[in-house]
Design a protein around this ligand. Structure first.
Ligand SMILES: [Zn+2]
Length: 82
């Protein structure tokens, strides 16, 4: 599809290194690589402070919980169980 939508000389490769990983495994791998989680964003609803209740926040918080880590970003609401 990229080749159809770009000039012949344009070479774009899509790399998806975490596409086959579970979210909790991504968190664990990120910890190993010292990823700056405080600079990452997942919330679908807000842009200033993560809501903590949208599907994306719920999945993110669950992944950190499974990975045994505290998510470093602030949340408007941080449900006890998600
Ligand atoms: Zn959210």
């Amino acid at each position: 599809m990229i080749d159809l939508g770009t000039k012949p000389e344009t070479k774009i490769t899509i790399v998806t290194p975490v596409i086959d990983l579970k979210k909790s495994d991504i968190v664990i791998r990120g910890k190993e690589l010292k990823a700056p989680f405080e600079l990452t964003w997942s919330c679908y609803k807000n842009e200033d402070i993560a809501c903590g209740i949208c599907d994306s926040c719920a999945l993110r918080l669950r992944a950190f919980r499974i990975a045994g880590m505290e998510d470093p970003i602030p949340y408007l609401i941080r449900p006890k169980y998600n």
